[in-house]
Design a protein around this ligand. Sequence first.
Ligand SMILES: *[C@@H]1O[C@H](CO)[C@@H](O)[C@H](O)[C@H]1NC(C)=O
Length: 234
Amino acid sequence: MLLMRRRCRLRSRRRELLLLVVVVFGLVIIAYYLMMNENDVEKQPPCTVSQEQRRRLYPLLSTVSSLLSRLSITHFLCYDSLWGAIQESGPLPWDVHAHLCALNEKVSVHDEAELLRAFRRRGLTLEYSSADGQYTIRNSTGETGNIEVPTVRVVLFEEDDRLHMLRRVGWRRRVLPPDCDAHPTLQCFPPNLAALPLPMRPFGPLSLPAPREDIDLLKFHYPDTWWRPLQPHC
Ligand SMILES: *[C@@H]1O[C@H](CO)[C@@H](O)[C@H](O)[C@H]1NC(C)=O
């Protein structure tokens, strides 16, 4: 009797263990899938940008940049917008949107409600993706619905004390060990590129802050392709 009960308990413990293994395995697969997927999300910009889309982008970008300055948030052109600034003194011809990078330590001194309010007062909506550590800002007034509405994406970076590098914020990357070389998705770059005061760069009709050594930042963003003109990936 006693023996049977013990065997029974043993069996149920084994079942628990099996369940645990299945759950852990499932979580690993989900995490892997999310990480693979992230690269596909941003990869299909349309090939042509209308005058209307450009006409909407510049005032949006100008407002976002001056608001960030007013809030003392260090920000600068980065990713495709930095590439555009270097190559075209403006957005890349096929890029509807604009990218800015910002330092999270300067963002996190403001609470979320204060940020939302500041943007809403200018008719702009602000959406935060905690997975990607990125704000998407758009002007929802006068949206016609049949064009892709330009947005400004503000990508957050924070300094990792052990690495002395800026790395992207967001839980999707937080699960990775802090090793910039082994994990290019951390998108690390040295903090001196974002040290104040930042130089200004022409961007269409605007003049916007740029990283200190802008080509150097391109090397970090696009390690394999920075040395040749960017081709439209559409
Ligand atoms: C938002 O769009 C409206 C309508 O097109 C425009 O009048 C306004 O200036 C825009 N605001 C910003 C900050 O871009």
